[in-house]
Design a protein around this ligand. Sequence first.
Ligand code: ZN
Length: 100
Amino acid sequence: MRKQPTRTCAACRSKDGKWSLVRVVRLPDAGGVVLDPTGKRAGRGAYLCASDACLTLAFKKGGLARTLKCKVPAALEAEIRDHFKTVQPAAPAESDPTSE
Ligand SMILES: [Zn+2]
């Protein structure tokens, strides 16, 4: 049995675990940097926690660009943020005492 490859968030450096990570890939042949929801595209990949905090950090601090070793278009941040909304179903606020 093959071990699953370890994935490290490009922003907070935490390993795959309690967050599901999203993959961003730098396409070969200067194809740019794109979000890879399937995790199957060829190219150099970077992973991010599916959290706004890590997304912001990855762009602000350049962790994403550093991991991919190339420039990352700023527009990608919004695209990934949109993607988070689709992968994070709105959980019912069952343990939130302020919701009534
Ligand atoms: Zn993270």
